[in-house]
Every structure is written in structure tokens, then in C-alpha cells.
Ligand binder design. Structure first.
Ligand SMILES: [Fe+2]
Ligand SMILES: [Fe+2]
Length: 139
């Protein structure tokens, strides 16, 4: 079973991923080219704000648990090819979905139901992000 300290550490890892996702989306939205990717551009800017919102919610939860919310940023990825950029974004969303599924189980183990609810809302957003990008890639 996960300890509260381990959970705080994992949540801080999630926050670092959220910051990196937001930064990556800002850069990708500004540099994506090609008519077929026109409609996803506006969507990526919506994702930016949602990822920052997730970092905000998670930071509040870390502080509530007695931890110090991180300001670290995980690795960012970009490419000169628009399709590759979207594939990088898709990979990031899938990592997030995997991480939040684990985190929800850990919150349940520790009976942190408020955190569980917050994580489920974030997970639903990440699943929507995944669908948006898959659609843009014609998957
Ligand atoms: Fe997110
Ligand atoms: Fe996302």
C-alpha cells in the first residue's frame, strides 16, 4: 500500500508533467503547419489552459496533504514535422492517463475521496485530449 509521502511525491511528478504538457502545447500550437491541422490548433490552446488548471488543482491537493507543490517541469518534446508533434502530444496524453489511473487507485487506498474525485475529473479531461489528437491524426 502507498504511503502519504509516496503519494505526495507521485502527485508532484504529475504536476511536473502538467507544466511540461502546457509548455509543449503552447509551442506546438504556434508552430503547427498544414491545412489539415488548422482545426486542432485552437483545440491545443484549450488544452494549454486545461493542463494549467490540472497543475493548479494538484498543487492545492499536495499542499492539503502537507507537501510542498513542485515547480519542476518534466521533459518537453517538439519536432519540425507537424504530424510528429501531434504524435508527441498523443504520447504525453497516454502517459498522463496511465499515471492518473494509478493515482486514483492510490487515493482510494488511502481513503482520500476528495482527491479521488479531483483525479477522476482530470482523467476525463486527459481522455478527451487523447480523442482530440487522435481525431486530428485521422486515427
Ligand atoms: Fe492535464
Ligand atoms: Fe492533457
Amino acid at each position: 500500500m502507498v504511503t502519504k509521502e509516496e503519494l505526495i511525491k507521485e502527485l508532484n511528478g504529475d504536476i511536473a508533467y502538467e507544466f511540461s504538457a502546457a509548455i509543449q502545447y503552447v509551442q506546438h500550437a504556434a508552430t503547427l503547419t498544414g491545412g489539415e491541422f488548422q482545426s486542432i490548433n485552437a483545440e491545443l490552446l484549450v488544452h494549454v489552459n486545461e493542463e494549467i488548471g490540472h497543475a493548479n488543482v494538484l498543487s492545492e491537493q499536495v499542499a492539503y496533504l502537507g507537501g510542498v507543490p513542485t515547480m519542476e517541469v518534466a521533459e518537453r518534446h517538439t519536432d519540425s514535422d507537424s504530424r510528429k508533434m501531434l504524435e508527441q502530444d498523443l504520447e504525453g496524453e497516454r502517459i498522463a492517463i496511465k499515471r492518473y489511473r494509478e493515482r486514483i487507485e492510490q487515493a482510494q487506498e488511502l481513503k482520500l475521496y476528495g482527491l479521488e474525485n479531483a483525479l477522476k475529473q482530470i482523467l476525463a479531461d486527459e481522455e478527451e485530449h487523447e480523442r482530440d489528437i487522435m481525431e486530428a491524426l485521422g486515427m
